[in-house]
Design a protein around this ligand. Structure first.
Ligand SMILES: [Zn+2]
Length: 240
């Protein structure tokens, strides 16, 4: 989209698109989704299911605030884990990694170890919840996806600098190309209970966009134009 087609800069201070609450976090915060006027959508964009990846929220918010009213075609969740975001923690208020709390056939109660940067060791433990979908944030997201029936989900994370798409979808390849990031169909370690594993079992296309280890301003410059195209249906979901 050209700069002229976007919201004037003076009006980018708040998000004006319609939104609704799709659930409540453990601490009682609203789980919010921005929706197209027609309330149906092919694409769901999800940021910050990991609360320590707040740059994903800021970058997606910037794109949303640039987009004129009435032009949103995707459902946008700026933060799937608000309690974690406020705490600066990857997990939710109970220390659960929500991205290991999905009801997959291989969900495991074993602790999950994570790393934040590509070259770190994976040595910090979180729990996966007391059961699959034990957490209100997970259940609310599942109910929203059941209602919206999207064809694709783009889940933003940081900072492993890649596009991970086990289904090797057309959308994933285009995103990797546009973002100039490596395209992976295998992240290199098992992820039982992850949203990606869940989506694969549902035959739902989930693309994980791992932002780069870069400043917030660099991330905005690189990714806002791409997210604007994603929000306005300018990506093809399937090859023609
Ligand atoms: Zn993450």
């Amino acid at each position: 989209m050209t700069e002229q087609a976007l919201v004037p800069r003076r009006d980018r201070g708040e998000i004006r698109h319609p939104h609704e609450t799709y659930g409540t976090s453990i601490d009682g915060l609203p789980l919010t989704v921005y929706l197209p006027d027609e309330k149906r959508t092919d694409v769901v964009i999800l940021a910050a299911i990991h609360g320590d990846e707040s740059e994903t929220t800021v970058v997606v918010s910037e794109a949303l605030r640039c987009l004129p009213m009435g032009e949103l075609r995707a459902a946008v969740i700026l933060c799937g884990n608000p309690d974690g975001l406020l705490r600066g923690t990857r997990g939710n208020a109970r220390g659960v990694d929500l991205n290991r709390n999905f009801p997959t056939s291989n969900w495991s109660a074993d602790p999950v170890f994570y790393k934040s940067r590509a070259n770190d060791a994976r040595d910090i433990a979180l729990t996966t919840g007391s059961a699959p979908a034990s957490e209100p944030e997970t259940r609310a997201l599942l109910a929203l996806l059941e209602r919206l029936q999207p064809r694709a989900i783009v889940s933003l994370h940081s900072a492993l600098a890649c596009v991970d798409d086990s289904g090797a979808s057309h959308l994933g390849k285009q995103l990797a190309d546009r973002c100039a990031l490596p395209f992976l169909t295998e992240i290199g370690y098992p992820t039982p209970g992850s949203m990606g594993t869940w989506a694969g079992e549902q035959k739902l296309n989930l693309v994980t966009l791992e932002l780069e280890d870069a400043s917030l301003y660099t991330l905005k410059d690189r990714h806002v134009p791409i997210l604007l195209d994603l929000m306005t249906d300018r990506f093809e979901l399937e090859a023609r």
